[in-house]
Design a protein around this ligand. Sequence first.
Ligand SMILES: [Zn+2]
Length: 364
Amino acid sequence: MENLFTHFDLTEFPQIDRKEEIIETQKKVKKILKDSRNQAKKKTCYYCGKPCDGFCNSHTVPAFCLKNIADKGKVYYANTIIDLPILKADKGVNEAGTFHLICRECDGKIFQDYEEPLNYEDMPTIKMLAQVDMKNNLKFISKRLMEKELYDLMYERMGASTDYVFQKQNISDLDLKEYEDSFRHAKKCALKPFTGEYYIGFYKKLEYRVPVAFQGFIAMIADLEGNIINNIYNKDPKYVIRNISLCIFPLEKNSIIMLFVDKYNRRYSKFFKQLQRCKNTEEELAITNYILFSYCEDYFISPKVEKDILEKLKRLMGKTSSMLSDMPTTIDEQLEAIKKVYNFSERNIVPNLLSKEYAITVEN
Ligand SMILES: [Zn+2]
């Protein structure tokens, strides 16, 4: 659901109609994306507040996960599969899915517990969950800061209307504040972990290495029975979208699959109960696989996964853009329509990359 390209709605620029102009626009967009990334860089470390020249290239998933799925140092990023023309097809382990908000010293310290593969012998500690939460928030804070710059540049260079830019900036600001609050809570928990600060609703340690890695927030829309979890059309500024954290960590000989929330977030309790009632692991993994590919875009896939398998997964991708075209008008109608889009029915049709069938053999 999170993709900067969705913000470049070409209907905002009705003057673009010829092929050359589209190519020209893509070039401009590419430049704007690059510039907004640079302009969003802060002068001080977001964690310790000290002045900072060289920011760390922080990975969103622990580097060990990427190494475990890489082939000759390369991993596939979601954009490979959805064929976004502007981005490179694959990325080296060092540049994929990174953000630049904290200094090197902090990066080497504040995520240490959860980025240590040996710490997954037992259930993750509250401190580890808080560190994951901290990073998930940082990833969004980084995205929002960049978006704010992006809208300014769209106004300056592409003639986007002030109303459009103002409205988008407003949404980004509200969103940013929520992630900043959430980050502060996670930071506090990581420093002083107390039992009960986080709740793990689903946890599996698999006896094989999955070919996919992911870490991040997901704002689920509906549960397995079609009950709404987040009403994404609720315009009330007091209504808060609640995220669930999903981790898919390929270890050397195992994989960790986990869904968790913080203690203030009760919106997923029904969904967790439904998941716990599942018949078997295969079913639970099919559901998690469905959530990953239908809701997320920033996962990493091993190049060892066959192309035709990725092709089949395309069914689940780009759900957001496909459903926006003929959206019904009232909020209730919109909710009904989007519930259908994310109704889990395809979970057994698409390949389940988390199942043993797609495990990658241990060699590197
Ligand atoms: Zn720092």
